[in-house]
Design a protein around this ligand. Structure first.
Ligand SMILES: Cc1ncc(C[n+]2csc(CCOP(=O)(O)OP(=O)(O)O)c2C)c(N)n1
Ligand SMILES: CC(=O)[C@@H](O)[C@H](O)COP(=O)(O)O
Ligand SMILES: [Mg+2]
Length: 628
């Protein structure tokens, strides 16, 4: 990352000055008010230009200013939950000049990043973890006699609905000897408005006029100003002091509450009430998601700068699920706080009684789905592929062990791109391949998505799963013929190489087949559609070729290619298999196409791998030929 020069941000003079928490602490109230304005203008300019989490960060301006003025990062530790709302934190820790490269390959991460700053700790963008990290940190501070270093966990009201948050609250509450400061950023939303009992409780608490500090008393023990002695919140009942509700855009009030929280030396929850998208009307008025995550948009209107003519995989899924819902009354759907991004919002609008938002609670979503299936329904659990990992035990033991007809629809499967390592959905084929009775389909195009989804939701013998990427669909690729469940997409008389693309990588495989054909190499391209368990017809077909190359947008570690290799070996076949997939390492943020190219999951990569594998085979004349 080449550090852009400071003159790129001279339009924001105070932001230039506020390039460290120490510098920030010298600002007076007027400067801070002006700085907050500059930060919002800066976020609007930069995030609308490259895309990112605009709404969450516009809501975090004053709260982050207060955090860095009251606490001394990195001596004190600020742990951001989910991490998507840490842009202001990055601005105040010297990274403003890097925002032109936000979420670009080699540029600024959209989440905290230890390699970027000593002020950053948690890089995982999976929600509901901050309180657990804080619990561990507080225990470490206690054992290493560093308890003067405050541990502050910043968590959204959405993330607070996750099971891990409650597990941590149970450990933190009452832990007087290792106090953690929990700052709850309550903007009443995940993407959509938060749901359930906690949301209702927070609404009651917010009702106690967040714009005043009448929750303070001056006759607290020790005669100091402190929180009311009477429990008003769930948090107090769990052993926390509760300070709030505080107006999350009133900087002096926030600083007073955070200083009190710091000086209490008790487990404490500071309940800040904020507005998602604060200060930018198109975000504040975006009733669906408050511009939670935007692409490149026109800041003047909030409208997308460019739209694609081709539909996204998500929209194809959303439309087909509605069709299937009208034909299958047993079909119900579950989302973990992401009705919009997963495409379920359309199903919910059509069948409001058959779609459930359970909050950011994938584990609960899966076992609740098991309950729905035990009740005679066929649930579709729609989550991003990466978040399924959170619910692996529930998939294995609550669904598969009982052979329940639950269908998992995994969006953002494979390389997602700008969200980086904890968002690439690159482990689902690996974990699902280990689940007894699980059937996994990977559609190559929109037509196959529709067909396979219909097959999945009418399969009642056990769990099924479909996965597709964060992308627009390409044109449909019809089969030349079928061989049992296999779609044969390309074949020649000589069977030198069998290419087995998983899902949308069929396009690159067909391009590679054309190129290899020009080099005189006979290629078959077979799409298994249902990739796990490996169909017997695939191993049979493979055994009639001299080389098999599998191609998947999943980690090579235990994915579909490994399953094919094992299935072939189990038949006694000695046909060599070359498994192409993502490396067994965390992949950085960048564009999906760049990252797939780097992993060799392109025409060129497939041709190169096939030629290299053939070159090592006996009785094969090495084939010359450049990859044009
Ligand atoms: C385990 C998990 N599930 C889903 C998501 C997707 N996700 C990212 S942010 C978000 C909403 C977060 O709401 P909240 O914590 O209230 O933060 P806000 O954006 O409102 O500031 C969701 C569901 C995630 N990051 N992790
Ligand atoms: C922080 C988080 O997990 C989500 O906001 C995610 O960044 C959204 O990803 P998409 O933009 O692919 O929907
Ligand atoms: Mg929220």
């Amino acid at each position: 990352m080449t550090a852009p020069t400071r003159d790129q941000i001279t339009a924001f003079p105070l932001l230039c000055e506020a390039d460290s928490p120490k510098a920030l602490r010298s600002f007076d109230e007027d400067q801070l008010t002006e700085l907050a304005t500059e930060i919002r203008e800066f976020l609007l300019e930069k995030v609308t230009a490259v895309g990112g989490h605009l709404g969450p960060n516009l809501g975090m301006v004053e709260l982050t200013l207060a955090l860095h003025r009251v606490f001394d990062s990195p001596h004190d530790t600020l742990v951001f939950d989910t991490g998507h709302q840490a842009y202001v934190h990055k601005l105040l820790t010297g990274r403003a000049a890097d925002f032109d490269q936000l979420r670009q390959g080699g540029g600024l991460s959209g989440y905290p990043s230890q390699s970027e700053s000593e002020h950053d700790l948690v890089e995982n963008s999976h929600a509901s973890t901050a309180l657990a990290y804080a619990d561990g940190l507080a225990k470490a501070r206690q054992l290493t006699s560093e308890q003067e270093r405050a541990v502050v966990a910043v968590i959204g009201d959405g993330a607070m609905t996750g099971g891990m948050a409650f597990e941590a609250l149970n450990n933190l509450g009452g832990a007087q000897d290792r106090p953690v400061i929990v700052v709850l950023n309550d903007n009443e939303r995940s993407y959509a408005p938060t749901i359930g009992g906690l949301a209702d409780h927070l609404q009651q608490l917010r009702g106690e006029s967040a714009d005043s500090m009448d929750w303070l008393t001056d006759d607290a023990p020790g005669g100091v100003i402190g929180p009311l002695p009477v429990a008003r919140s769930l948090f107090e009942l769990l052993g926390f002091a509760y300070l709030g509700p505080v107006d999350g855009h009133d900087l002096p009030a926030l600083e007073e509450a955070l200083r009190m929280a710091r000086d209490l030396r008790l487990p404490v929850v500071v309940h800040a009430v904020t507005t998602k998208g604060k200060g930018y009307a198109p975000a504040e008025q975006d009733t669906a998601e408050c511009m939670h995550a935007v692409g490149v948009i026109d800041p003047a209107t909030g409208k997308a700068a460019k739209t694609s003519s081709a539909p996204s995989w998500t929209s194809v899924f959303a439309e087909e699920l509605c069709e299937l819902g009208s034909r299958n009354e047993d079909l119900v759907a579950i989302t973990a706080a992401m009705p919009g991004p997963t495409g379920l919002a359309r199903f919910a609008a059509r069948f409001p009684d058959r779609c459930y938002d359970v909050g950011i609670a994938e584990q609960h979503a899966v076992t609740s789905a098991a309950g729905l299936a035990m009740g005679g329904l066929h649930p579709v659990v729609a989550v991003y592929a990466t978040f399924l990992g959170r619910a692996f035990d529930q998939v294995l033991m609550d669904v598969a062990l009982h052979r329940l007809p639950v269908t998992f629809v995994l969006d953002r499967a494979g390389i997602t791109g700008p969200d980086g390592p904890s968002h690439h959905g690159m482990w689902d084929l690996t974990i699902l391949g280990a689940v007894p009775g699980m059937r996994v389909a990977v559609p190559r195009d929109a037509a196959r998505l529709r067909d396979l989804l219909a097959e999945a939701v009418t399969h009642h013998g056990g769990p099924t799963a479909l996965r597709f990427p964060k992308a627009t669909v390409t044109g449909d690729i019809d089969a030349l013929r079928h061989e049992g469940p296999l779609d044969i997409l390309h074949e020649t008389t000589s069977r030198d190489v069998l290419l087995v693309p998983i899902g949308p990588l069929a396009t690159a495989a067909l391009e590679a087949a054309q190129h290899l054909g020009k080099l005189g190499i006979g290629v078959t391209v077979a799409d298994p559609r249902w990739v796990l368990p490996v169909p017997a017809e695939l191993t049979e077909l493979a055994d009639h070729h001299r080389l098999v190359v599998t191609i998947e947008d999943n980690t090579r570690a235990g994915g579909a290619g490994t399953a094919v290799t094992r299935a072939l070996a189990d038949t006694g076949s000695t046909v060599p298999v070359r498994v192409l997939g993502l490396p067994g390492t965390f992949q950085p943020h960048g564009t999906r196409s760049d990252l797939l190219k780097a992993a060799g999951l392109t025409r060129e990569g497939i041709v190169h791998a096939a030629l290299r594998a053939r070159a090592h085979q006996p009785h094969t004349t090495p084939t010359e030929g450049s990859i044009r």
